[in-house]
Write a protein that binds this ligand. Structure first.
Ligand code: PEP
Length: 232
């Protein structure tokens, strides 16, 4: 099972170094672990976690290898740094920075072609769920994603991200099974995963891990979630 920590815009290089040193000594159970620091902190994370099995991924990646794209970072640049993968299509990118299904797909394809692993985020808003549109939204978002061995989907209901509201295990299971019926890839759950709810979410048969935001910023809560994974 994969547990990925999305740090969002938290932890510059100094805090990242302290976190990675603590993570090196922590008990992680059987989980495959990935941390996703801000771009400026990727290098120190890669260096400090190099002696471990813990991987480092970026929070976004552009589809061109280089060019006049102010503020963007390309897949070859991430590879040069020793980064293992990238998140694409996070709902904060979609809601606040104009990310679309099409740009998410382009980012995913370029990253995979460059040899990065990709965590592609999908998920409905609260209004979409209330209107009964969850499956339509997931179908639209998943349909553009490449069917590739390097791709993992993260089901992140937008109403559960950073809100403290978590999908019930049954709701998550239903959505994961639906996503897998569209694209046969591992699916992580994301949305207010905490040490006290991780076990029941990760026990669902189609929940293959978690993408963790807030609770990934603290070594103790992040590693407790890692230890909550079921074996295998
Ligand atoms: C996320 O940002 O991907 C996320 C799941 O955040 P949180 O765990 O804080 O809800």
């Amino acid at each position: 099972m994969l547990i990925a920590g999305n740090w969002k815009m938290f932890k510059g290089p100094v805090e990242t170094a302290a976190f990675c040193l603590a993570l090196r000594d922590a008990e992680l159970g059987d989980a495959d672990v990935v941390v996703c620091p801000p771009a400026v902190s990727l290098e120190v994370a890669v260096q400090l976690l190099a002696p471990t099995e813990i991987a480092v991924a970026a929070q976004n990646v552009h589809w061109e290898p280089d060019g006049p794209y102010t503020g963007e970072i390309s897949a070859p640049m991430l590879r040069e740094l020793g980064v293992y993968g990238a998140i694409v299509g996070h709902s904060e990118r979609r809601q606040l920075f104009g990310e679309t299904d099409e740009t998410t797909a382009k980012r995913a394809e370029a990253a995979l072609a460059a040899g990065l692993e990709v965590i592609a985020c999908v998920g409905e808003t609260g209004e979409e769920r209330e209107r009964g549109e969850t499956e339509d939204v997931l179908r639209r978002q998943v349909s553009v994603l490449p069917d590739d061995d390097g791709l993992v989907v993260a089901y992140e209901p937008v109403w559960a991200i950073g809100t403290g509201k978590t999908a019930t295990p049954a709701t998550a299971q239903d959505a994961h099974a639906f996503v897998k019926s569209l694209l046969d890839r591992p699916v992580l759950y994301g949305g207010s995963v905490k040490p006290d709810n991780a076990g029941e979410l990760l026990a669902q048969p189609d929940v293959d891990g978690a993408l963790v935001g807030g609770a990934s910023l603290d070594v103790d809560s992040f590693t407790a979630i890692c230890r909550a994974t079921r074996p295998g």
